[in-house]
Write a new protein. Structure first.
Lengths: 96, 471
């Protein structure tokens, strides 16, 4: 099934990424090539196979529910691109 | 030229005062400065010289740890408190870690000296180290060739003797392939053997941390130090504690499986010959060489790239320009802040993988790609389980060719993905694999051979690796 430039635009929007027309065209071409290659898996019959999500299959890993301190506020804010006092600062999201 | 072949010899020299650790570290710093053109390091820690004096004193008074004075470089995807962590990406250009990765902390606890952070493919995505915001790394054996990736800087730092050893990470071959291209030892441990706490996530069900070094002894010693269960990583595993470095010598005769699918048409003849020479020698030493079959091998690359890109697209959603990292100047509203920061901050290959991963996870395609690939992953695992019932080791080439030219494959992503043909299976199945340098081709480029064993059987790989390195 061929991927169109519209599909690529849709995926870009989901991914929060922007591309110019030239990049979109090149992505569409590469996507089709790579997805065709992915479809090689259809040669295999996988009926009744349970999907494997982790190579070392653990059940649940529990720990005691004890209170420990994690990252201090100042440390957490150290790498922020913009801050206001003790808060991360971002552009206004609600228009008046 | 170094006066020692491995860390045990170095420690002896240090204890006998025949080697000054400060001078040793200074020599490495000088070599790094002289080899700047290789572009192996993103950051060099000049202040590690101060540590050298402290550790030398500890060695003399007998209080020093196992790795005392071992000079180690760290791939720039692992956190070290108060040091930069960029993942070779513009999006983390100004980021400083606020804690230290468990694997790195364990090295420091044993008195290793951390000399700097190495260049790599952006977020560990790549097979040539050409996808880095710091520019490509060059192969020390021929500067027109790639060093392999994604841990290219770590492999080069060890191959060019800019440090004693390095840590890298391996999600689809990123330790073993550059180790092969640069002619050094590189071990990808079992999934979960080494805590991933402090490692920047790429493909969480594949990511592993492991050592690069110039000897089996140092590889074993570092593995012994960094492995173990960690409360901070629920996927880290409780495994038998083995003193790897003291268990290397054995009279054991190994049953070694040779999967024919790894020796097909795509394999370079010189690599094939070099490996068969080793096999003949192993046979004459009494090891048993057995033909085995891993018929699903040709499906490993599509399976890997579906699952790894899916995990990557989810893991890299955290880079949004809001809380940390690069923020675009063009931020009229929150959505644009996210989109523009990501668009300006990520490189091409990272964007491609986020897009592919988002596609295979999106409504309507999830079953056709992601779910299908997870099923094939189980079939692959079962096929390896079956082979490991008959043999202890699987021996293969690490790469289909020796190092290729810079720029040769960078415009064709699919061709680049295919270079991982012999390495991705170990990540899909969660088993350990090690590259062993076994000679050079006619252009004097290193040839690598891979040993794989069942989950948590690193000791077999290291023991046979020692046998091979002494053939």
């Amino acid at each position: 099934m061929a991927v169109t430039i519209e599909d690529v635009k849709y995926i870009a929007n989901l991914s929060h990424l922007k591309f110019d027309e030239k990049e979109l065209e090149s992505f569409t071409h590469q996507f089709n090539e790579i997805l065709t290659f992915f479809e090689k898996l259809n040669e295999l019959n996988t009926d009744n196979v349970v999907p494997l999500s982790h190579p070392v299959e653990n059940v649940n890993v529990f720990r005691e529910d004890v209170l420990v301190s994690s990252v201090e506020r100042e440390e957490a804010l150290k790498n922020s691109p913009d801050r206001n006092d003790n808060y991360f600062k971002v552009p206004k999201v609600i228009n008046k | 030229m170094l006066q020692y072949k491995n860390h045990f010899q170095k420690l002896e020299l240090l204890r006998a005062n025949k080697l000054s650790l400060k001078k040793n570290v200074q020599d490495f710093l000088t070599s790094i400065a002289k080899s700047k053109n290789l572009n192996a390091f993103n950051f060099v820690f000049e202040d590690c010289l101060d540590n050298a004096e402290i550790i030398q004193k500890k060695i003399i008074t007998g209080e020093a740890g196992k790795l005392a004075g071992m000079v180690i470089a760290i791939k720039d995807v692992l956190s070290i408190k108060d040091k930069p962590l960029t993942c070779s990406s513009k999006i983390l250009g100004n980021f400083n870690s606020i804690y230290t990765a468990t694997a790195v902390q364990k090295l420091i606890n044993q008195d290793a000296i951390i000399i700097g952070k190495t260049n790599c493919d952006e977020f560990a995505m790549g097979s040539s180290n050409e996808n880095s915001a710091f520019g490509p790394v060059l192969n020390p054996h021929d500067n027109s060739k790639v060093p392999g990736g994604s841990s290219g800087g770590s492999a080069v730092s060890v191959a060019a003797k800019l440090c004693d050893a390095a840590l890298g990470t391996d999600t689809g071959g990123s330790i073993r392939q550059p180790a092969a291209f640069c002619g050094v030892f590189g071990l990808k441990p079992t999934y979960g053997k080494v805590s991933r706490f402090g490692l920047t996530a790429y493909g969480s069900s594949f990511d592993t941390i492991g050592p690069f070094s110039n000897s089996v002894e140092d590889t074993a010693l570092i593995l012994e130090v960094i492995s173990g269960k960690d409360e901070k990583d629920s996927t880290s595993a409780e495994s038998e504690k083995i003193n790897y470095s003291n268990s290397l010598t054995t009279d054991k005769k190994f049953k070694i499986g040779i999967p024919k699918e790894f020796f097909g048409a795509g394999l370079n003849q010189e690599i094939n010959v070099a490996i068969h020479n080793i096999l003949n020698k192993l046979k004459s030493e009494g090891h048993e060489i057995i033909d085995v079959s891993l018929p699903l091998s040709e499906y490993s690359i599509p399976t890997y790239y579906i699952l790894a890109t899916a995990e990557a697209s989810s893991n890299l959603a955290r880079y949004d320009g809001a809380h940390f990292g690069f923020r675009s100047k063009d931020t009229p509203n929150l959505k644009e802040l996210y989109t523009n920061s990501r668009t300006e901050g990520f490189g091409k290959e990272v964007k491609r993988r986020i897009m592919l991963g988002t596609y295979v996870l999106s409504a309507g395609y999830y079953d056709a790609y992601y779910n299908k690939a997870q099923k094939v992953r189980r079939l692959l695992k079962e096929s390896y389980d079956k082979v490991f019932k008959n043999v202890e080791i699987i021996l293969t080439p690490t790469t289909p060719t020796t190092a290729f030219n810079l720029g040769e494959k960078s415009n064709d992503p699919l061709e680049m993905y295919l270079t991982d043909i012999y390495t991705t299976s170990a990540n899909l199945v969660g088993i350990p694999g090690m590259n062993i340098p076994v000679g050079f081709d006619n252009k004097k480029m290193p040839i690598g051979m891979q040993l794989m064993a069942n989950q948590f059987n690193e000791i077999a790989i290291l023991q046979l690796g020692k046998v091979i390195s002494e053939l």
